[in-house]
Design a protein around this ligand. Structure first.
Ligand code: PAF
Length: 281
């Protein structure tokens, strides 16, 4: 059974002792409701490190007003089983009062990379993500931390924080894990009805179409984005295409002419569920 710790002081002590023994620490921060995408991060961590720590914390500061903080799926028992099977050494699942005591006042804010894409539609989201990841890094002191490319902007923003703040942790990005039919794995897929799930396939279908168009010689981003949008809007349960962008993979700046290595990202509401996905060209 993975060793469950809920107390910050206690886990810091355990980590400090492991470090004294010279053990390397791999860290997979999550909000729980684990799926195969998380398991793939855990596998990467296990391969590279002596000890793998998984955190489970539904972080209130990264949810905006009216977003799904209250209904975000939570099932610690199920997560512990998956973590144990995946060979996790330590599960850190703090409660909110420990992470954000009443006198909490310090946040981590990043400019530029957080302004577009999801940052534009979820004001304060990356401030919450960076604050909690910064705190978790200070608690777990990992040598390496693993993030999925599904949240591509998050991955780039976290890499920039680590660089800007001279943090001693290697950020490792891991490929998106998809269901057999193409749907990117996400804890939020649980919200989808069977019919909505069919419409949710429009995200990956549109991304594969973009890749196919680029590989057939199309370099005009507007033409690619238009075709993607048309494809998505053919699906009955799509409520809104929030954005489709083709950006430089590091600067996240929109491209005038598409090149190999650029990233296509999108956010789409299927029913009331906001889904994101992306692909490398
Ligand atoms: O990607 C997530 O699940 C979250 O944004 C993270 C990185 C665990 C921070 O709460």
């Amino acid at each position: 059974m993975a060793n469950l710790k809920r107390d910050i002081k206690q886990i810091k002590e355990i980590i400090n002792n492991l470090k004294k023994e010279g053990k390397s620490i791999g860290f997979v921060p999550t909000m729980g409701y684990l799926h195969q995408g998380h398991v793939s991060l855990l596998q990467c961590s296990k391969k590279d490190n002596d000890i793998t720590v998984l955190s489970i914390f539904v972080n209130p500061t990264q949810f905006g007003k009216g977003e799904d903080f209250d209904k975000y799926p939570r099932d610690l028992g199920r997560d512990l089983e998956i973590a144990t099977k995946a060979g996790v050494d330590i599960v850190f699942a703090p409660d909110e009062a420990q992470m954000y005591p009443p006198d909490f006042a310090t946040y981590t804010v990043q400019e530029r990379l957080t302004e577009g894409l999801c940052g534009k539609f979820r004001p304060g989201h990356f401030r919450g993500v960076l604050t909690v990841v910064n705190k978790l890094f200070n608690i777990v002191k990992p040598d390496r931390a693993y993030f999925g490319e599904k949240d591509y902007q998050q991955l780039i923003v976290i890499k920039q924080m680590v660089k800007d703040l001279n943090m001693d942790v290697d950020i490792v990005g891991c490929p998106i894990v998809r269901e057999e039919d193409g749907l990117a794995m996400s804890s939020r897929n649980k919200y989808l009805s069977e019919e909505e799930r069919q419409s949710a396939l429009s995200l990956s279908k549109a991304l594969f179409l973009a890749k196919q168009m680029f590989e057939s010689g199309e370099t005009n981003p507007e033409k690619i984005k238009q075709k993607m949008k048309e494809l998505i809007l053919q699906h009955p349960h799509v409520k809104e295409v929030q954005y489709i962008e083709i950006v430089h993979p590091q600067t996240l700046e929109p491209k005038d002419k598409v090149e190999k290595g650029d990233r296509v990202l999108l956010a789409v509401y299927v029913g009331d569920t906001r889904l994101i996905d992306n692909i490398e060209l």
